[in-house]
Every structure is written in C-alpha cells, then in structure tokens.
Design a protein around this ligand. Structure first.
Ligand SMILES: Cc1ncc(COP(=O)(O)O)c(C=O)c1O
Length: 373
C-alpha cells in the first residue's frame, strides 16, 4: 500500500476536500491580561447589563436546551430602531453560533463541488477554507491601488461572465477597511439571480454603511447580510451572530445547523446586549474618536499607515513586522502580522480600542520603531 505523510493508512478516508484543507488557524492562546489589539474585539468588554444577566442565569437555563423565542424579533426591532428605512421581519433572520458558523452554513447549503466562489483579496481568512471544504473553485480579485479600492468593475465583469454561486463581500473589509456603497452592492445583486451575494457586515457599526435600508429582501432574494455581537457588543467568547436575508434563503441555510447550536448563555447575553444599545453606541463613538486620534498622530510622525472603515488600521513599521510584533508582545500588546497577506507585505493590523488604550499602544510603538521620532 502506498504510504505518504498525508495518507490516512488504514483509517477511514475523510472527504478528499478535507484531506487537502489548510484549516483557518488563529493564534488565540495566552491572550488574557494583555492589551489585545489583534482580533478587532471590543477592548473594554460587554455592557454591565450583560454581565448581570449572566450572573443571574438559573439552574434551569443550564440543564434544559436553549430557547430562542423572541430573539429574532428583538434583532428586527434593533435594526429598525437604528434605521427606520430597514424593512425586515423575524422570518428573515437566522441565529448562528457566531457569524463564522453562518458563513460555514451558507457554504454547506449552497456550495457544490466545482461551483465558483468569488471574493476579494486580502480579506477575512475564513471564506476560503469554507469554500475549500465544499470543493468549490475560489476566485479572489485584489483590491486596487495604494488605498485598496474595491475592484468593482472586475467583480461585476466576473459575475456576468461566470455566474459564481457565492460572492462574498466583507464591508467594510477586514483588514483594509475598504468600503463599498450600498448602491453598488444593490447593483451587484442584480447581475445574476443565480448568485448568492453575501455581505459580511461585521464592522458596519463603524461606518454606518449597511445595505439593509436599501433593499427589500422579498424582491432581492439573492442577498444575505451577516451581523454579529462579537465585536461591538463584546460577546466574542459567547458566539452569536445573525444572517438576514429572504426567508426562503434563511430557511435553507438553517437546515444545515443543529437545532441547539447556539447556547443559552449566548441567547441571554444577546437579549441583554440588544437591550443596552446605548452602551454599544457609546463604545463605537469612542473607537471612532480613537481612530481620528491615531490618524493625527501617524500623520504628525510620518508613520506609513492605512485607515478606512472598521475598528482597525494597517501600519508598515520601519523595523519590519515580525520584530515589531515580538517587541510589542513583550511589552504586553498584541497586534496581528499581515505580512503574508496579498499586497500587505511588511504590514501590521492594529485593532482600535479606546483613546487611552491607543495612547498606550503609541507610547510603546514609538520607542520600538525609533526611526520615527
Ligand atoms: C469579517 C469578519 N467576519 C466574521 C468574523 C467572525 O465573527 P464571529 O465572531 O461572529 O464568528 C470576523 C472575526 O474576526 C471577521 O473579521
């Protein structure tokens, strides 16, 4: 019998797509008690009301399967409060174990072997393994120019020529912050009715650019919008996210998830977080102020940087990304090295938290990348 390092010898064979897969690996260990500017999480934690609700959780909540009733309605109510032009109903909302699980479910439900997935590059790293798991053909079109413009024309041409099964648009894009206007997204949805257009709006709160006020989901059934409570609401550890789309599509996506994939703690925390929207809004305002503070300081000191939408920015340190990453870490600050991502050679991604936290970051960074001052 042929034996290679990758062969599974006499074990059951996994699907060939899984055997060939390079999984999405994130450096998630040992991050407690450090200034975490590496995963674009909320850097101050959730609303005190969330912590209170979790403290009050009853024994029953732990011993019985989770109940979801009222949560979709609460999501709809929150969306409409944010923008009264949004017209959606609870049957157009799906609840998932984080947006990652929604992304995986979308690929599971729609991605056949040899179907095409279209996205951009560099972008969020989980779309590709999800497409690979399904044996899909992956096409990613690079962002354009030194400001990382969305390659709108090329994306449209590709869709018209190839009718991809899934188009993934991260808006604003992680890690470049690139924004695509809702009008352009609507244009994309009209190019091919056989293409599911998925808009990952994880960082939408920092731009206010959602496509939702611009569409009627009944008339635009090939659009799915993803939202999460991980980043702004600070619930990343509990795992809860939402997909918003035509009810038939949401129903299909939900068919590939288990009946209790989202746990009771996440549901209770989500209700409390959505009830305290003013906490989320004030955190977002603080991050936006910190983003402006950073922009000013980078300009003043001649740092090579790029900042657009989102609670993160890109920096090109003079010393080189690896060394700066290590030195920041030894000073208790985590950031993400983007050196290996397309068009991001030499770059670091720094999540933006409060002004005070960014002052701490800057005071360390400026002594490490000394040639700056
Ligand atoms: C663009 C993007 N989409 C989705 C996710 C995952 O979100 P969640 O925590 O809801 O699974 C992330 C997390 O970093 C992200 O940056």
């Amino acid at each position: 019998m042929e034996s290679t390092e990758n062969s599974f010898l006499d074990l059951p064979n996994p699907r060939k797509e899984i055997e060939a897969l390079s999984p999405y690996i994130a450096p998630l260990e040992g991050r407690r008690n450090l200034l975490r500017l590496d995963f674009n999480e909320n850097t101050i934690g959730p609303s005190p009301q969330v912590i209170q609700a979790l403290k009050e959780i009853s024994r029953d909540e732990v011993s019985i399967y989770p109940e979801y009733s009222g949560l979709k309605e609460k999501v709809v109510e929150t969306l409409i409060k944010q923008n009264s032009s949004i017209k959606t109903t609870s049957s157009e909302v799906g609840i998932f174990n984080g947006v990652d699980a929604a992304i995986n479910a979308i690929f599971h439900a729609y991605g056949n072997s040899n179907d095409v997935m279209l996205t951009t590059s560099p972008t969020f790293g989980y779309y590709t393994p999800c497409a690979q798991m399904r044996g899909m053909i992956i096409n990613s079109i690079p962002y354009e120019g030194k400001n990382f413009q969305y390659p709108f024309k090329k994306i449209c041409e590709f869709i018209e020529r190839n009718n991809p099964k899934i188009v993934l648009i991260c808006n604003p894009n992680n890690p470049t912050g690139t924004r695509l206007s809702p009008e352009k997204i609507v244009e994309i949805t009209k190019l091919s009715s056989k293409t599911l257009v998925v808009i990952d709006e994880l960082y939408e709160a920092f731009t206010g650019d959602s496509v939702l006020p611009f569409v009627n989901l009944q008339k635009t059934p090939n659009l799915v919008v993803l939202r999460s409570l991980s980043k702004t609401a600070g619930l990343a550890g509990l795992r809860i996210g939402f997909a918003i789309g035509n009810s038939k599509v949401i129903n299909i996506i939900n068919r590939v998830t288990g009946p209790y994939d989202v746990n009771s703690f996440a549901v209770i925390a989500a209700f409390a977080a959505l009830k305290d929207q003013s906490y989320i809004d004030s955190y977002v305002r603080e991050v936006l102020r910190a983003r402006e503070w950073l922009r000013t300081i980078f300009e003043k000191h001649g740092v090579k940087y790029h900042v657009d939408g989102g609670n993160y920015c890109l920096l090109w340190p003079k010393l080189g990304p690896q060394l700066v990453e290590q030195k920041l870490k030894s000073s208790g600050i985590l950031i993400r090295n983007m050196d290996k991502k397309q068009n991001l050679k030499g770059a670091l991604r720094v999540s933006i938290g409060t002004i005070e936290q960014m002052k701490r970051f800057w005071s360390v960074f400026k002594t490490i990348d000394k040639k700056l001052i």
